[in-house]
Write a protein that binds this ligand. Structure first.
Ligand code: IMP
Length: 215
């Protein structure tokens, strides 16, 4: 999604990655690396995690980026993301991290989702459609904001693979035989050399961001 602002601003120098999630931090650093942007994490700066009171991925990404920019005085980059399962009315959605906290861990949260699908008679891949969403926000200390959103569609399968993080093991993107949990980081990002569309929700949002705010 395009930023609401028509004049895009270039990201230069040092940036805060406003996340305490190790998996996201690794992926965001990997995506920024080719652009020569030095990144420091919210954890490294000892920044507190703001309450995610928004009702959309974009609103929560903005809350995190704005809070980090206000406290650090540096441009701050945040991701709010999650998994939306069609047969569950889009759940867990913006509550993806919360579901894992409630059930104890991600394997239990994946088990809960799989059980809920089975209870609803959703057995076939076509009945288990799902997508990941990543909303990225960059906020500058003067309040300037840029936001972008990427999605990847696929279905819920039996968990496979030890790579990635979160809900990766049971999500198989359309057109692929492997789950995100079986893919290397490069395969999951899936950024083609010819500039065509990347694979993961985060890399897709990042491609839009890079086109406007980097390079
Ligand atoms: P939040 O954006 O910090 O509210 O948390 C998003 C949650 O969604 C993470 O804790 C993960 O559980 C899940 N999630 C987001 N992106 C991914 C991904 O790329 N792979 C697997 N799980 C993800």
């Amino acid at each position: 999604m395009m930023s609401a602002h028509t004049a895009h601003r270039k990201l230069e120098g040092r940036v805060v990655i406003a996340t305490h999630n190790a998996g996201k931090l690794r992926e965001m650093k990997e995506l920024l690396a080719p652009y020569g942007i030095a990144a420091v994490s919210a954890g490294e700066l000892g920044l507190a995690e703001p309450d995610e009171t928004g009702t959309t991925f974009l609103a929560n990404a903005e809350i995190k980026a704005r809070a980090a920019a206000d406290v650090s005085g540096l441009p701050s980059f945040a991701d709010d993301s999650g998994l939306c399962v069609d047969a569950l009315g889009g759940d867990p959605g913006i509550y993806s991290a919360r579901w894992a906290k409630e059930t104890g861990d991600f394997p239990s949260a994946m088990g809960r989702i799989t059980d809920m699908l089975s209870e609803r008679g959703a057995i076939e891949p076509a009945q288990r459609r799902a997508h990941f969403v990543s909303a990225l926000a960059i906020c500058w200390p003067d309040g300037h904001l840029e936001t972008f959103e990427g999605k990847v569609f696929g279905f819920i399968d039996k968990p496979r693979g030890e790579k990635g993080f979160g809900y990766d093991p049971f999500f198989q993107p359309d057109g692929h035989e492997l789950t995100f949990g079986e893919m290397s980081s490069e395969e999951k990002h899936g950024i083609p050399a010819d500039g065509s569309q990347a694979l993961s929700h985060r890399a897709r949002a990042f491609q839009m961001l890079a086109g406007k705010c980097l390079g």
